[in-house]
Design a protein around this ligand. Structure first.
Ligand code: TRP
Length: 342
């Protein structure tokens, strides 16, 4: 059986990067896998979250899952803190994972920055909780963006070391699923920075709940360069954008990549369509497809956010189903480790 696990942190404003890089891909996977999609609130509090905001953001991510087309009957949608197996297994993994492994994690270094001594201990063991998320369900596949590859590698090492230490063939070695062209969506103001919820300028990102006017305005004002758009000869033999080219015109490639992803086309098709075009005409087409694809999702998210009781009901039912999968696995782990449960 093939089982997917993935999670999104409820840490505020979901944007196009979250949609194209993660949530949109989750939808299609439902046809081929048993899918478990989590709102990772335990991860969120590794950095400070206002309690009221955390509740709203947890509902927002849930609404985004639903609005994007994840079917709560076919797949499991829930928030992490409702299933205690995550925290319990993470503790056991804290005792399997080595300090040296965690010290190498680039995300911790980035997030802790210069104030390492002042980072929460939770932020340091974040990857351990992520391994627990995945392995509590013995997930075989995890869709990940570039930035989470190192954490998935640590999950594989954790499974391996647990199996070795205890002389069992218990946890699977989870495979990454790398998806889609524009999994890396950059800021609309600066093509060298990732699109981010923490960018002080709201013009740098398209939020999933932006209305058509906001989308149009942000695309109109997005940074460009003075040249005409490139043609298909800019691509390499695999039809991908060579890294050097991307660096020469980061804004142009970012907008083209967003267009390709939203219109479900590959690079060659998009470049053939816009070769030699001005940014102004391309931006019109980009606005059109962005409004067409994101408009209905944003509207549905807003509708769902008005109906907290419905959203909370989805999470409760999802948590019950998730628990029914994770608890027997946790019990076996406890047995393997030698915890007595008379
Ligand atoms: N760390 C992931 C992120 O920041 C979120 C996450 C938590 C996750 N647990 C996971 C992703 C398990 C995949 C599988 O994007």
């Amino acid at each position: 059986m093939k089982r997917i696990f993935s999670g999104v942190q409820p840490t505020g404003n979901l944007h196009l990067g979250n949609y194209l890089g993660a949530i949109r891909n989750f939808v299609g996977l439902q046809d081929d896998y048993e899918c478990i999609y989590c709102v990772v609130d335990l991860h969120a509090i590794t950095v400070w979250q206002d309690p009221e905001a955390l509740r709203a953001q947890t509902r927002e991510v849930t609404a985004a899952y639903l609005a994007a087309g994840i079917d709560p009957k076919r797949s499991i949608i829930f928030n992490q803190s409702q299933v205690s197996a995550h925290a319990e297994l993470a503790w056991i993994f804290n005792c399997v994972i080595r300090m040296g492994w965690l010290n190498r994690m680039t995300q911790f270094k980035e997030k802790a920055g210069k104030h390492r001594e002042n980072a929460s201990a939770g932020l340091f063991v974040y990857p351990s909780l992520m391994a627990a998320d995945i392995l509590a369900y013995k997930a075989t596949h995890v869709p990940v963006g570039d930035d989470q590859k190192q954490h998935l590698e640590l999950t594989r090492d954790t499974a391996q070391k647990f199996n070795n230490d205890y002389g069992v063939e218990f946890f699977p070695i989870t495979e990454p699923l790398i998806l889609g062209a524009a999994t890396r969506v950059m800021s609309l103001r600066d093509g060298s920075k990732k699109m981010s919820k923490s960018d002080p300028s709201d013009m740098s990102r398209i939020n999933m709940t932006d209305d058509s006017d906001a989308i149009a305005q942000k695309i109109r004002r997005a940074t460009t360069d003075p040249e005409l758009l490139p043609g298909p000869e800019a691509l390499d033999a695999e039809g991908q954008v060579p890294e050097e080219r991307r660096k020469e015109r980061p804004e142009a490639w970012n907008l083209l990549g967003i267009y390709a992803a939203l219109s479900d086309q590959n690079w060659a098709q998009v470049l053939a369509e816009f070769e030699g075009s001005q940014f102004s005409s391309f931006k019109k087409a980009l606005t059109e497809v962005a409004v067409e694809k994101l408009g209905p999702i944003g509207a549905e998210m807003k509708r769902l956010q008005q109906d907290a009781a419905y959203v909370d009901g989805i999470l409760k039912e999802g948590a019950e189903r998730a628990n029914a999968v994770a608890l027997p696995i946790l019990r076996e782990v406890q047995e393997i480790v030698g915890f007595l449960r008379p």
